[in-house]
Design a protein around this ligand. Sequence first.
Ligand code: PGA
Length: 241
Amino acid sequence: MILHVFESEGSLACAAAVIFAAQILRKPDSVIGLATGSTPLGTYGELVRLYEEGVLDFSRVTSFNLDEYVGLPKSHPESYYAFMHRNLFDRINIRDTHLPDGQAEDLTGECRKYDEAIRKAGGVDLQLLGIGSNGHIGFNEPSDRFVYGTNVINLTESTISANRRFFDSADEVPRRAVSMGIGTIMSARSILLLAMGAQKADAIKAMMEDEVDPRIPASILRTHPSVTVLLDKAAAGGLSL
Ligand code: PGA
């Protein structure tokens, strides 16, 4: 793992955008894996800026998002579909974007179709990840085993309460999501994980310093040959290295 620690969220976001920019400049038809949540917002802002300044052209880029809530219509402002369009897709010239369909009648079939679509596109070149304070990546929650492919996940209470801030009432927070599996994520050729804030420090320490363990899903990344981790000082606060 390559680790960089930044003084500010702004410089971290800029560094993450530089890594994506290099990927897209080197391979204009890159397949990129994208994430939602608060963490990537600064990075998406920088990518929009690079597009507006004529540095980046996304017209041949394909994207696959990590996950989507089950049961939330695309039109709901907190669906990941709406999030991605608001924060990135509608502001750049990307055309070929994919998210799991959390409203599919046959969710198991949808999971299979999603992995197949990634495979057909040639696999993900660069996957962006955040991390949950419980160590989840995508929505792969702590468990006694790593789940391989895209799958339907029952969210843990800690994830449901972390997501509560986006919804009017606790009842509205979705309880399930479709998420790329650990194997899907690990199949990406390169991975870029971002974390900011002291609430991520324990998960980052466990990911980087403890044993590989499905109870900290992100710890599997230690076995991937090309992972870059960008942290702010607070998220790096628990590291003893
Ligand atoms: P966050 O979520 O970016 O909103 O902190 C990250 C995650 O839970 O994976």
